[in-house]
Design a binder for this molecule. Structure first.
Ligand SMILES: [Zn+2]
Length: 601
């Protein structure tokens, strides 16, 4: 009796406090079990959260039932509301923060019950990304990432983006790929309003992960069997081209091969709005494109123009220079090396003189014999950023490239244990991709005037190397791409720039796979090692070091996506959405994440 009296007053107080804190949930009368819903937490929108009630204690016997309910906030889907541990994805939050409150009710073997609450504070992500940097390794599936990592470090996953917190696998199919499968399976062809994503990429046949040097997808046959086009006839390995996949990334829309931001079927009014246009129109952000291949080539074209065919180079370059007029263009296609294949004589002459619009908006820096391209590019940027110079505040046009149409790459040496690169003679008249990226970031920061920017950086000749099955070129091109990411990383982390991981979204991916590179079983190319012989492709050829299962052509093998910074965790909302019971995203989802991260309407 005396015991009860001694405890009654504090207990009443405790109950009163508990009732004030969480009405309807908390009740700690004696002889009841102790419910423990876990520590309060603060997370980002789109994050996976685990609620752990397993530390609850029974007063009479073990805890036998758990029951989680949500008391406050946007309703979420709990994975296992009757388990000790349950998970959910935090909802999108329009602005600021919102608090989700959950109640855990437990009972023990003696029939006693109790409850506890846990608060989850969700920070908004949408609209937080002022700076978006999208890096595209053209024709780069994971095997090529492994190849460079092994060459540089002797390990598989040590490139500059491999430590990013968000990494996932991405399907890249376009409408022609879909229609080949649809024809083969007797299914209806693709329409925007009625399609089955699994027909475009089937994880049961191709796997929910991708070849990483060790794990092989369940079926080579799925990726390597040529199929007839819709309606029969011409057979090919189903796979997207760069224009259709660039359109998916830039506009979030599936289209057909060759279309640059243009709807399938080439209707007259079929131009699609690309993300840079929207960033500019809605947020006054600056816009830049950087590539190692001609600036009017398919991938950069998808971030600066529209065309019914990717091969309309003159039309594309005219749109870029006269209408889109990005704040930064750096690429190959210089007429002294490529002729006037990628830029018209008038436009080249106009940019060179720079005295009438639209040319006068730009400062041109170009390849010159005997001049180091990186030095020339940096000097041009210093000019643009110098308030005392008449060209101060202009846009930057960097026109480089060599005989092959692309900026030459450094050559890797076959030196076991000592990886190294040498530049072929004259190649340093081109800037490196790292130098191009840094130049673009500096100019865009100034041109964005605090409102941010969208930058696309393409390792374009990775794809060209893989079409040629040139392993050494591929390593050189991949190394350039790795250096580009290092330049991005250094710029975001530099306290002298306004970019931080809180206001910058960095995404690295590829537009499609190419060549179906495989490392032969039993061989690991170590640090500094290049394969001695590139054999005839054959899965049975085990005496080799590497082989190409799809010599010189694209495949539908999924590619990787790596993301870091503002909005990176939004990818979790899309994992498995189109490809159930996998963690796959679609290339159109990358567009959706960028839109939401920037806060586009
Ligand atoms: Zn491509």
């Amino acid at each position: 009796m005396r015991v009860k009296i001694r405890y009654r007053i504090p207990l009443v107080l405790a109950l009163a406090v508990a009732a004030l804190l969480a009405p309807g949930c908390m009740d700690n009368r004696l002889n009841r079990p102790v419910a423990r819903a876990g520590e309060d937490m603060s997370v980002e929108a789109g994050e996976a959260v685990t609620l752990d009630g397993s530390r609850s204690l029974g007063r009479r016997g073990r805890i036998v039932t758990w029951h989680w309910t949500q008391l406050e906030g946007t309703p979420v889907q709990l994975s296992d509301p009757s388990g000790p541990v349950t998970t959910f994805i935090t909802p999108e939050t329009a602005s600021g923060v919102q608090v989700l409150v959950f109640c855990l009710a437990v009972t023990d073997e003696g029939g006693g019950s109790n409850t506890d609450t846990v608060r989850v504070t969700v920070r908004a992500l949408a609209g937080q990304a002022k700076y978006v940097i999208l890096l595209i390794g053209d024709g780069m599936q994971m095997a090529y990432e492994v190849a460079l990592s092994r060459y540089l470090y002797g390990t598989d996953q040590d490139l500059s983006w491999h430590s990013f917190p968000l990494r996932t696998v991405c399907a890249t199919w376009h409408i022609d790929t879909y229609d080949r499968y649809a024809w083969a399976y007797g299914a209806p062809r693709y329409t925007d309003s009625g399609f089955n994503p699994v027909l475009g990429y089937d994880p049961h046949l191709g796997g929910g992960w991708t070849y990483d040097g060790w794990w092989n997808p369940p079926s080579d046959e799925y990726f390597l069997t040529p199929l007839p086009a819709w309606g029969g006839g011409w057979e090919a390995i189903p796979a997207t081209d760069s224009a259709a996949s660039g359109t998916a990334l830039a506009c979030g829309r599936k289209t057909e091969a060759g279309n640059v931001n243009w709807a399938a079927g080439d209707p007259a009014n079929g131009a699609l709005t690309f993300i840079g246009e929207e960033c500019r129109g809605q947020k006054s952000m600056a816009l830049g494109v950087v590539t190692t291949v001609p600036f009017a080539h398919a991938t950069p074209a998808c971030f600066a123009s529209h065309a019914t065919t990717r091969y309309a180079y003159e039309e594309i370059s005219t749109e870029i220079i006269h209408r889109t007029r990005p704040d930064v263009v750096i690429g190959a296609g210089h007429p002294d090396w490529s002729g006037f294949a990628y830029i018209s004589e008038d436009d080249y002459a106009g940019l060179k003189s720079g005295n009438v619009p639209p040319y006068s908006e730009y400062l041109l820096v170009e390849r010159e014999v005997g001049m180091d391209g990186g030095v020339a590019l940096e000097a041009a940027v210093n000019t643009l950023l110098n308030p005392a110079h008449p060209a101060h505040g202009r846009k930057l046009f960097g026109l480089f490239g060599g005989w092959g149409g692309y900026m030459e790459h450094p050559e890797p040496e076959d030196a076991p244990g000592m990886p190294g690169f040498t530049w072929p003679e004259g190649a340093e008249e081109n800037p490196s991709l790292g130098e191009c990226t840094r130049a673009a970031l500096r100019v865009l920061t100034q041109r964005g005037k605090g409102r941010g920017f969208f930058l696309m950086v393409e390792g374009g000749d990775i794809d060209w190397a893989n079409h040629a099955m040139d392993y050494s070129w591929m390593i050189g091109a991949m190394h350039q791409f790795d250096e580009a990411m290092k330049a991005v990383h250094a710029f975001v982390e530099d306290p002298a720039t306004p970019l931080t991981w809180e206001n910058t979204l960095v995404i690295l991916t590829s537009d499609h796979s190419n060549g179906y590179l495989r490392f032969c079983p039993g061989t690991v190319l170590g640090r500094g090692r290049l394969p001695a012989v590139i054999p005839e492709p054959s899965p049975e050829n085990h005496s080799c070091e590497i082989w190409y299962g799809a010599p010189g052509v694209h495949t539908n093998e999924p590619v990787m996506v790596y993301a870091r910074g503002a909005g990176a965790s939004l990818f979790r909302d899309y994992q498995g959405r189109m490809y159930p019971s996998t963690r796959l995203v679609d290339n159109t989802d990358i567009h959706a994440v960028m839109r939401r991260a920037v806060g586009l309407r």
